[in-house]
Each structure stands twice: as C-alpha cells, then as structure tokens.
Design a protein. Structure first.
Length: 253
C-alpha cells in the first residue's frame, strides 16, 4: 500500500472546554462594513473553521442542534441571535479570530442580517462533517503509523494481552494506558480523546481490533511471516497435495 502523506490539519489541545490548540492570530480591526463578497473571499477560512467545529463536536460528543439550543435559538428554531452564535463559536473554537467569527456570522445571516439562519448553518456544517473527521483522523493515524513502523511496535499483540476473552475489545483504561505509554507526546490530548470516542463501543469498552485495522491501513502494515511459519504452511500444502493425489502441473494450466 502506498501511504498517503499527512494532510495539514490544525491540532487541538487537551482541555475539554478549550477544544482547540491556542494559536496566535494577528489582531485585525473590524471594518464597519463586512460584506458577503468579503466572506466569499475568506471562504477557505470559513471551511477550516467549520472543520474545527465538526471535530470539536465529535470529541465533546455534542450535537450541533443541542449546542444551538443553549445559545438562544428562536422559539421556532429557525434562527439564533448573532451574539449567541458568536458565543457558540467561541466555546468550540476559543482561539479563532474575531474577524473570522464575524465573517462566518455574516455568511450564515438572515436577509436582514439581524440573526443567523440555523438551517443554513447546520446544513453547511453537516455537508463537510465526514470529510473533516476523516482528514483529522488520517493526520494523526499517519503520525502513529510512522512511529510504530520506526519502533517496530505491534499494537495488536500488545493490546491483545488485556483481552481475556478474545473478543477484540478491552477496558478503556488499559487501552489508553498502553497507547499513551508507547506514544507519549506523539499525539495531543484531544487526538487521544478522538480515538477513545471513535472506538468506544456501547459496552463502554474499546474495540482495539477496529483501531488496529484502521492503523494498519494508514501505515501500510501487512503481516509478515517468520521462516518457521512459512515452512509450516508449505508442509501443510505438500501434505494436502500428497494425500489427495493432486497433480501440481494441472493446477498451473
């Protein structure tokens, strides 16, 4: 498998309420006139911001509709106040610049610019949700893959030691202990939280087999057999051919 290079994705920090890593932005004074045309010119920033919101919601295990209810959605649920919308973005992306939050608010504003259209915002957000989560996962999975390949670590065998019943799942605390113990600072806290959230099943355990399958895909890992294993497989094939009187030449025709 040809490994894909990591995509540039903004990493996020460890605090649950401070979902995104603190970044320093050059302060920009707001012009009294921020038009829709300017918003379109900053579409790439809005796309990044929406990606960050999707990742934050996933890590915090929050639904966007539930979050909107907390910040002043109208009685009919059609709009949310501009101030409430800005507060929501501040909670999910506390280090985003004031300019980009204002531009995003203008993009999703109603015709009179007095409030934010809930339908327009949630629709746009959900359109990019899958791609945002996939790209974020790809980024840190590549980091894990690079490290495990270099260190020759096999997480499947390591985690299997905690799987007493051989069912492919283990307690979260054992999974996270092994992961953090081996990877340390390779990932940040929210990347660990993303992994825990994604691979936790309904029983409150981690499906480590699913995690390892995804990891092997990203790191291009394939099982390697020892000479003894190859010799054993070869012996079984020869025995089967002999016992069933199979003509090997006929198989090659």
């Amino acid at each position: 498998m040809i490994r894909r290079p990591p995509r540039s994705t903004h990493c996020i920090s460890s605090a649950a309420s401070d979902v995104y890593k603190r970044q320093t932005y050059k302060s920009t004074s707001l012009s009294p006139r921020i038009t829709t045309n300017k918003m379109e010119q900053n579409a790439s920033w809005m796309s990044l911001l929406l990606n960050r919101i999707n990742i934050a919601l996933f890590i915090l295990n929050k639904d966007v509709q539930t979050m909107l209810q907390l910040y002043g959605v109208s009685e009919g649920g059609d709009t949310i106040s501009r101030s409430g919308f800005s507060k929501l973005l501040r909670e999910l992306c506390p280090n985003e610049s004031t300019l980009h939050i204002e531009l995003t608010a203008n993009y999703f504003a109603t015709a009179d610019k007095a409030a934010i259209s809930v339908q327009k915002f949630t629709s746009k957000l959900r359109q990019g949700a899958t791609a945002a989560l996939t790209e974020y996962q790809e980024n840190f999975m590549n980091k894990i893959g690079d490290y495990t390949s270099h260190k020759k670590l096999d997480f499947k065998e390591l985690l299997k030691t905690h799987d007493m019943y051989g069912i492919g799942e283990i307690l979260i605390k054992y999974f996270m202990q092994e992961l953090k113990g081996k990877l340390g600072g390779i990932l940040n806290e929210n990347e660990y939280k993303f992994i825990e959230r994604k691979y936790q099943n309904e029983g409150g355990k981690i499906s480590y087999l699913a995690f390892c399958e995804d990891l092997y895909e990203f790191e291009g890992h394939y099982q390697e057999f020892t000479k003894e294993e190859i010799d054993g497989i070869t012996a079984k094939i020869r025995k089967y051919i002999h016992e069933n009187n199979i003509k090997v030449a006929s198989l090659l025709l």
